[in-house]
Design a protein around this ligand. Structure first.
Ligand SMILES: NC(=O)c1ccc[n+]([C@@H]2O[C@H](COP(=O)([O-])OP(=O)(O)OC[C@H]3O[C@@H](n4cnc5c(N)ncnc54)[C@H](O)[C@@H]3O)[C@@H](O)[C@H]2O)c1
Length: 332
């Protein structure tokens, strides 16, 4: 039997990765769609896949069971609403959107579709993160009272073209808040629940050739009462991310840069570490692709939900409002 066909809409710098990693699951075939002919020629040559310039026409193919939206953020909601309206499953790149425009229509299309919708918050699929979250959520240390994430990297090293792409423009999804912090906003909420209110400080500190913020600090409180801080910059030399959760009866820490997580019960003196084998760069993306295919098949999955994606947009909007007004902002 032929494998089901996935449509990848947008094969730019990130869209090529879903194409590559979904093919790596061996569970689907793919059509590469982009409105730039040179990109389509490159995808056809590199991956030997059929291509399409018009996603609407490609979606009408009855063999297409699902689509990935990897176009720039301002177009996500309109495209995803059509995909769900056509009764296809849909995986949407982060951030889901830059405003709440069209969100009610997207939720309604999802509810009426009977199909899966997920947001590509790929940090869920880092092995050390998943293991630590399972431990925290199992509850043996009790309720999380306070949590933090401290994260930074030399962004120009990882995204050398940052000056030329959407990153340079907030209106296209750029800047540290919408492009990078959004992963960590969703991730911390995945551990401790949605943020009820936050305060934000952010600014352009270092990156040459752009004016958007490259440094952010957010302090928030969840609906469950945990106090959470996010600290992120995009210029430091070490590529390091550390999460810490301090609960009633102990603490849990996750260190991306050492592929490990640890726990320390109150009263103990040393961390107990669990180390994971170093992941391939594509590893979490292949895991996310498999999880999305599981979700399409009606199985449980760790993919971020549409509601989480909408909450992450609210988080970004609250961060911008706090920055503008100098006030603490409630997220409704
Ligand atoms: N998950 C991650 O780690 C990660 C990393 C980087 C970017 N992203 C996200 O992925 C999305 C895309 O980012 P990118 O860096 O690949 O951008 P990009 O600009 O390099 O690529 C977008 C592609 O979409 C194509 N496109 C735009 N409109 C289209 C349309 N209507 N039909 C067909 N093709 C169309 C463009 O031609 C381009 O090739 C953004 O939302 C971004 O935030 C996610």
């Amino acid at each position: 039997m032929p494998l089901p066909t996935l449509l990848i809409i947008g094969c730019g710098s990130i869209g090529e990765r879903p194409l590559r990693t979904f093919l790596a699951t061996g569970r689907c075939q793919a059509i590469a769609c982009d409105n730039r002919p040179a990109i389509l020629a490159a995808m056809a040559e590199r991956y030997r896949v059929p291509t399409a310039a018009d996603w609407r026409a490609a979606l009408a193919d009855s063999g297409v069971f699902a689509a990935v939206v990897a176009t720039p953020a301002p177009s996500h909601v309109a495209i995803a609403t059509k995909i769900l309206g056509a009764k296809r499953h849909c995986l949407i790149e982060k951030p889901l959107a830059l405003t709440l425009d069209g969100m009610a229509g997207l939720s309604a299309a999802h509810a009426a579709s009977g199909r899966a919708a997920a947001i590509a918050y790929v940090h869920h699929f880092r092995a050390e993160v998943a293991a630590a979250r399972a431990f925290v959520r199992a509850g043996s240390f009790g309720r999380v009272l306070q949590a933090s994430v401290v994260s930074g990297q030399d962004f120009p090293f990882f995204r050398p073209a940052y000056r030329e792409i959407y990153y340079r423009d907030r209106a296209q999804g750029g800047g540290a808040i919408q492009d990078a912090l959004t992963h960590l906003a969703n991730l911390m909420e995945w551990f401790v629940g949605p943020t009820a209110a936050l305060s934000c400080e952010a600014g352009h500190q270092a990156l040459a050739g752009v004016e958007v913020e490259d440094t952010v600090a957010v302090t928030g409180r969840t609906h469950d009462g945990a106090i959470v801080t996010w600290s992120l910059n995009q210029f430091q030399a070490p590529n390091e991310t550390t999460l810490q959760f301090n609960a009633e009866r102990g603490s849990v820490i996750v260190e991306y840069h050492r592929q490990r997580w640890g726990r320390l019960a109150r009263g103990d003196t040393d961390w107990t570490w669990e180390s994971l084998p170093p992941a391939e760069r594509d590893g979490p993306f292949v895991a996310q692709a498999n999880a999305f295919l599981d979700l399409c098949a009606g199985k449980p999955s760790a993919c971020a939900t549409l509601d989480e994606g909408i909450q992450a947009v609210r988080f970004n909007l609250a961060a911008f409002e706090s920055l503008r007004t100098g006030r603490r902002v409630e997220i409704r």
